[in-house]
Ligand binder design. Structure first.
Ligand code: UD1
Ligand code: UDP
Length: 353
């Protein structure tokens, strides 16, 4: 099949990495980068260190309001799909790049395949929730990571065919874990070569666009009695400056630029605890047996909560502080998101799409 993969934001490059590997030699893939993320440390670094085909197109759309960003992506993607006539359009996750790809593909003859279908936070105030729901209802083929996601799709009555494959992000992690720990020197560069540190990431709009929430997170993380390493998303850095919180945060926490995937996996593998509002990082922490504290009011990855490896704490400083003070890993860990062989299953499904 002639597959056109649409990517644009950091987690999509990582998800595309195992899938592109599995497509290679079986299908013909054209990668289109919308340009939603454009800083080297949010984009270029992943193409350098991972085996993802160089994008045939970079649409250079950049940042903007939801409508402006999505609309410009759609106009450009329409031209690309005219030129490439794909059999299959592949979209990942829940970003504006996902929605744009889905909306353009849905009105064409190409089959629209959505990887990471059926995830829901139940919070309609989240831009990603709209992107997920709309994409799932437009898709011809839905690739769901779990049985629960499959059930959600059935309950919502989607039209497309649904396949349960496990999580492609688990495949990605298994590919790089060993190499990350061999190559990365970041832990020792930061002087934290032990498990006695917390790795934290924050970028969710609900947290960055609300001074009280972001302030609560900074307070909570600052209360920890060990180093807290924060590779900072540019959106969060800007918000900290805007709210006058950057200096305090920078004194209390080890704020560093965003890092590449290998460095990140190395940091995550060594951390005693993870505190995050990221979708990807919650389950990477789970895969690496690192207990996670999720600084959100709800999550799409509910099973990590149910089995005790993840704790939802919202953005309240004292709740975050209490959760981080009590590091304990449950005695057992279920296999929730497949066996790390999701991407080859995706390639098989695409053959019949
Ligand atoms: C986007 C996704 C989010 C995903 C995240 C992954 C949407 C609605 N949001 O959020 O679901 O979890 O990516 O990281 O699609 N910026 C830069 N450099 C860049 C990119 C962004 O400085 O290379 C700054 C700009 O100020 C921009 C802001 O970050 O306005 C937000 O970027 P945007 O792509 O709109 O959303 P994210 O918050 O990154
Ligand atoms: N990540 C990374 N460097 C960082 C922070 C995160 O490589 O500095 C990776 C992380 O391993 C995960 C992905 O980025 O695979 C998560 O992306 P993000 O948190 O931006 O988005 P989300 O998953 O919330 O959509």
């Amino acid at each position: 099949k002639r597959v056109l993969s649409v990517v644009g934001a950091r987690p999509q490059f990582i998800k595309a990495f195992p899938v592109s590997k599995a497509l290679s030699g079986v299908h013909e893939e054209v990668v289109v980068h919308t340009g939603q993320h454009y800083d080297t440390m949010l984009s270029g670094v992943f193409f350098e260190e991972l085996d993802i085909p160089e994008p045939a197109y970079n649409l250079g759309v950049g940042s903007g309001s939801h409508a402006d960003q999505t609309g410009r992506m759609m106009i450009e993607l329409d031209r690309v799909m005219d030129a490439e006539s794909p059999d299959v359009v592949l979209v990942y996750g829940d970003t504006n790049s996902t929605l744009a790809g889905a909306l353009v593909a849905a009105k064409r003859s190409a089959s629209l395949v959505h990887i990471e279908a059926g995830l829901r936070s139940g919070n309609r105030a989240m831009p990603e929730e709209h992107n997920r729901i709309a994409t799932d209802h437009l898709a011809d083929v839905l690739i769901a990571p779990t049985e629960r996601a499959v059930e959600t799709l059935r309950t919502e009555g989607v039209d497309g065919e649904v396949h349960e494959t496990g999580d492609v992000m688990y495949d990605a992690l298994l590919y790089v874990r060993k190499r990350a720990n061999e190559i990365s020197t970041l832990r020792s560069d930061l002087g934290i070569d032990s498990t006695e540190y917390v790795l934290a990431t924050i970028h969710r709009a609900a947290n960055t666009d609300d001074r009280d929430r972001l302030g609560g997170i900074v307070d909570g993380l600052s209360s920890v009695d060990m180093p807290v390493v924060v590779p900072i998303h540019p959106r969060t850095e800007r918000a900290l400056h805007e709210y006058g919180l950057f200096e305090t945060a920078n004194e209390q926490l080890t704020i560093i630029d965003p890092v590449g995937y290998l460095d990140f996996v190395h940091l995550l593998d060594g951390a005693g605890l993870v505190a995050t509002d990221s979708g990807g990082v919650q389950r990477e922490a789970f895969y690496l047996d690192t207990p996670c504290v999720t600084m959100r009011d709800e999550t799409e990855w509910v099973q990590t909560i149910d089995c005790g490896w993840n704790t939802l704490v919202g953005a309240d400083g004292s709740r975050i502080s209490r959760a981080l003070a009590r590091i304990d890993s449950p005695a057992t860990k279920p296999q929730l998101y497949g066996n790390g062989q999701a991407a080859p299953r995706v390639a098989e499904v695409i053959a019949n799409a």
